[in-house]
Design a protein around this ligand. Structure first.
Ligand code: SAM
Length: 191
């Protein structure tokens, strides 16, 4: 458990009010239109908007985060939204992603490269991973960010090279710079 990260995010979440409405990421909203609602895992869920949107779409959702303060807020919001989500307080590095336990795994605005192999193992064969987070281009807008948590050009797609990459895009909107990926775990072991 990275206690420094937990404390840092707890402080942020104590100071910040969650949005009044549930606001899932547009990339998730789009992807959900083409995915069957089954078991989903949202890693580093924050205030829970994406997890709640998946539950609304009929998924059975597990959502993890290191911050108990963020999770408490997410839980209250999920209850108000009328959905049941399994919230788990954990460092993403310590979580047991299982073996083919989820049809969909989502990660938004969180980067930990070391979990990717285990995260992929946790996906059912034919299951999807949706990943979106900032690239080094974000330094243009927020120069104080730690480069370690930012994707290098082309990196996201390389991280999931064991999967079939269905979509990979790197975007600079003039206000933020991120990469997004939709990939599918291969159905065959050596396919
Ligand atoms: C930028 S926020 C993104 C939250 C959410 N995914 C979203 O897009 O709204 C990053 C999240 O990662 C969580 N986090 C930071 N370090 C973590 C770690 N080591 N393990 C799990 N979660 C972590 C924080 O508590 C925070 O909720």
């Amino acid at each position: 458990m990275n206690a420094a990260d937990r404390d840092r995010w707890d402080r942020k979440y104590r100071q910040k009010e969650p949005p009044k409405t549930i606001t899932p990421d547009p990339f998730l909203t789009l992807a959900l239109q083409g995915l069957a609602p089954v078991r989903a895992l949202d890693v580093a869920c924050g205030f829970g908007d994406n997890a709640i949107a998946m539950a609304w779409a009929g998924f059975e959702v597990t959502a993890t985060d290191i911050s108990p303060v963020g999770l408490a807020r997410a839980k209250t919001r999920a209850e108000a939204a009328g959905v049941a989500i399994r919230f788990i307080e954990t460092d993403a590095e310590d979580f047991d992603y299982g073996q083919e336990d989820y049809e969909l795994i989502t990660v938004f605005y969180f980067l930990n490269r070391t979990i990717v192999p285990r995260l992929t193992q946790g996906l059912r064969r034919g299951g999807h991973v949706l990943y979106k987070t900032y690239t080094v281009g974000e330094l243009r807008y927020r120069p104080s960010l730690n480069r370690e948590y930012l994707l290098a050009p082309g990196e996201l797609q390389k991280m999931f090279k064991g999967c079939h990459v269905l979509l990979h895009d790197e975007v600079d909107t003039g206000r933020e710079a991120f990469a997004k990926l939709l990939a599918q775990r291969r159905r065959q072991k050596h396919g």
